[in-house]
Design a protein around this ligand. Structure first.
Ligand SMILES: NC(=O)c1ccc[n+]([C@@H]2O[C@H](COP(=O)([O-])OP(=O)(O)OC[C@H]3O[C@@H](n4cnc5c(N)ncnc54)[C@H](OP(=O)(O)O)[C@@H]3O)[C@@H](O)[C@H]2O)c1
Length: 208
């Protein structure tokens, strides 16, 4: 699969590494331009190249956006129309400044901006070092760590779930993009490594 990465920091480069390790091709991008990513693409190997944000957006069958939340309006909505966009961004007001969520969810605001994209919230609940170190593609699903996901497009979620499984984690679907509020910072399932059984119990407790 062709995967575009917008934001090549902690999360973006970790997902990019898992993608190339599993035979996918990636175009990585950041705000400073492809030349600044030369070392990264050398580390990632021949299945990776650097591009502009627009090139990464156009390249990906899946595009991961892993940029600071406050920069979401720079995501190129036209180039991302029709594409599965995985949003890993988290909103921290003290870091990102005051942003009016208009009563919606963090990813809802991004989905409004990317109105023609198939937005899936995923990869936001796990610390990047855990994501980098704890992949267990050879272990049964029940023994792996969970990556939660949410979204309104079932087919897009199933594509993202397959990718999550392939790279060695266990996908757990929490429901619609609005339901994805339970994946936001401060939630009991946020940044808490857990197995699928633990995840199901935690989600049940949240519904009580
Ligand atoms: N760190 C984690 O463990 C973790 C876990 C889950 C989710 N997240 C979320 O994922 C997002 C990224 O976190 P991170 O820790 O990976 O951040 P990071 O290491 O600071 O990396 C951010 C990346 O985004 C790029 N970027 C910034 N503004 C951009 C723009 N307008 N267009 C394109 N690229 C842009 C930066 O490029 P330049 O360097 O060229 O500016 C950099 O490559 C945040 O929303 C964070 O809350 C982080």
């Amino acid at each position: 699969m062709q995967i575009g990465i917008i934001g090549a920091g902690n999360i973006g480069r970790t997902v990019a590494a898992h993608a190339v390790d599993n035979g996918h091709t990636v175009v990585v991008s950041n705000s400073r331009g492809p030349a600044s990513l030369a070392d990264l693409v050398e580390t990632l190997g021949p299945n990776a190249r650097a591009g502009t944000v627009a090139e990464a957006a156009a390249f990906g069958e899946i595009v991961l956006e892993a940029i600071p939340y406050g920069a979401y309006e720079s995501l190129p909505a036209d180039e991302l129309a029709g594409t599965i966009v995985v949003s890993a961004a988290n909103y921290y007001p003290e870091r990102d400044g005051e942003i009016d969520l208009a009563g919606g969810t963090q990813t809802g605001l991004i989905a409004d901006h990317l109105a023609e994209s198939r937005v899936v919230k995923a990869f936001n609940t796990m610390y990047y070092e855990t994501l980098r170190e704890e992949a267990r593609p050879d272990a049964p699903l029940k023994e792996r760590l969970v990556l939660f996901l949410a979204g309104d497009d079932d087919e897009a979620k199933s594509t993202v779930s397959e990718f999550i499984e392939e790279i060695g984690f266990a996908p757990v679907d929490v429901g619609s993009l609005r339901d994805g509020a339970v994946m936001e910072p401060g939630s009991p399932i946020y940044n808490e490594p857990m197995t699928p059984a633990e995840a199901r119990a935690a989600l049940e407790r949240l519904q009580e």
